[in-house]
Design a protein around this ligand. Structure first.
Ligand code: FES
Ligand SMILES: [Fe+2]
Length: 482
């Protein structure tokens, strides 16, 4: 317990005066792995951030010029492009890449624009299988490996020989079943970008053994950074999601930063929020989890045994019911991995929740036509069945602006409610920042350190000179393709 007087501590040293996340996890029956049990908080300052980063088109243009082309981004999962010729068009801001599986199993990412007069070769946001990429305008075409196949009427273009018309390519890296892209030939490798500690966490999750069973996208009425920052902290849970607080360690969640591009929080579930100490019992927490659960007896939750905690009972119940329903073996997973919310942000726009009960991936992208709008995607990843079968990869369901997340087929209704609550806030926040007489935002030292970590990285990138397009350095060439 941390009962130190906050006035006598240095900035960033104060913590919620309650049981800590690590103390909760240390009491579990199935012990947690090292990546769960570590802490890595650093005080990063307490200055305000100017609001114009959320409210002006100029700031969005600086991100497009200097940040998006230089950073590693999650383009798709490997299961989205299993066969040679399978492709997904990944778009961010004005940039567009055709991410394509090659004959030899490798993956390439071609810039999605014809080298004649610039027409996109595939529509943004589409996917499919291709034997070539043919421009719809005048019919120039490219092989799946990016080498040029046809320059129509090449007798008229002796100054544009086919051998020199390879499509420019972004760099590609795979990790944990994810395909990452980076447009900058001079960027560090994905491993160096993440750093050794973050990489060790990523590898421990074995997310290559999961598959995408739900994928939903919706446009939200706010800047992409506001959209993303709503998921960086558990500080908002009591006010925004009051239905969650009775069984969520919100104010005593743990926050960590790793290097320049990764941060996380751990928010424990099956424990009472410190805001509600003395107001609800362990039995209340357990009942909130089990009411309506078909595994409970007669629709009624059982009574906890004397000394039994809601968290322990929930972990056992969840483990048994998940294994039975999904033909999966969870014996290698700790109680914490089953129950808790682990939220990792890989800069700039990917969230990974490697736990089992909340197995999501989020992606946040700006709307290139309006800096006050953004695209939010949620993918649910489930462990692959133990019988070796390959389940169907979920297609992306695109919701209309007015639709509730609950309308997505397969979305757990309680989770859809939570996302709708977050969305309502974001509309108010975007409008409020523009209406405000204060021209900055203020952040908490501990609970909002991930937002500071993220915005400091944004500031480093937008301070760089604009990224220089260089077709010659990135084009696919016969015999020299990397
Ligand atoms: S613009 Fe593509 S072939 Fe002319
Ligand atoms: Fe939320």
């Amino acid at each position: 317990m941390n009962y130190a007087d906050p006035k006598r501590l240095k900035p960033g040293e104060a913590r919620c005066p309650a049981i800590t996340t690590q103390e909760i996890i240390a009491g579990d029956a199935h012990p947690a792995p090292e990546w769960v049990r570590s802490e890595s908080y650093t005080f990063l300052g307490d200055e305000d951030f100017s609001s114009d980063r959320y409210t002006t088109a100029e700031f969005a243009e600086r991100e497009v010029a200097s940040m998006w082309p230089r950073t590693w981004q999650f383009a798709c999962r490997e299961e989205h492009i299993p066969e040679a010729g399978d492709y997904v068009v990944y778009d961010v801001g004005p940039y567009s890449l055709i991410v394509t599986r090659q004959e030899d199993g490798s993956i390439r990412a071609h810039h999605n624009a014809c080298l004649h007069r610039g027409t996109k070769l595939r529509h943004s946001g589409t996917e499919g299988n291709a034997t070539e990429f043919r421009c719809p305008f005048h019919g120039w075409s490219w092989n799946v490996d990016g080498t040029c196949k046809t320059v129509l009427c090449d007798w008229d273009l002796p100054h544009a020989p086919k051998e020199e018309q390879g499509l420019p390519q972004a760099r590609v890296a795979t990790l944990g079943g994810f395909v990452f892209v980076n447009m900058d030939p001079d960027a560090p490798s994905l491993e160096d970008y993440m750093g050794p500690e973050a990489l060790a966490h990523f590898k421990a999750w074995h997310l290559e053994d999961r598959y995408t069973f739900l994928h939903v996208m919706k446009r939200l009425p706010c800047n992409w950074k506001l959209n993303q920052e709503a998921f960086h902290e558990a500080y908002h849970v009591l006010a925004t999601h009051p239905q969650v607080s009775p069984s969520n360690g919100d104010a005593n969640s743990q926050y960590d930063t790793y290097g320049e591009h990764l941060n996380r929080f751990i928010s424990t579930l099956g424990v009472v929020s410190p805001h509600l100490y003395g107001k609800i019992t362990e039995q209340d927490v357990f009942e909130q989890f089990t009411i309506g659960d078909p595994t409970s007896l007669d629709g009624k939750p059982r009574q906890l045994a004397p000394g039994e905690t809601a968290r322990a009972a929930m972990a056992k119940m969840y483990r048994d019911s998940f294994e039975a329903a999904n033909n999966a073996d969870l014996s290698a997973y700790s109680d914490s991995e089953l129950l808790d919310c682990f939220s990792y942000n890989l800069f700039p726009n990917m969230f990974i929740f490697p736990g089992i009960s909340l197995p999501m991936v989020y992606r946040f992208r700006p709307d290139p036509r309006d800096h006050r709008k953004s695209f939010y995607e949620v993918l649910f990843l489930r462990p692959l069945p133990t019988d070796g079968s390959q389940p169907v990869t979920a297609e992306c369901q695109v919701l209309e602006d007015h639709q509730s997340f609950k309308e997505a087929e397969g979305m757990p209704p309680a989770f859809g409610d939570i996302l709708d609550q977050d969305t309502d806030n974001l509309f108010l926040q975007q409008e409020g920042l523009e209406a405000s007489m204060k021209d900055s935002i203020t952040l908490a030292n501990y609970q909002e350190v991930r937002i500071r970590h993220f915005e400091q990285a944004i500031d480093r990138y937008v301070a760089m000179p604009p990224f220089r397009k260089d077709w010659q350095r990135t084009r696919a060439c016969p015999g020299t393709c990397g």
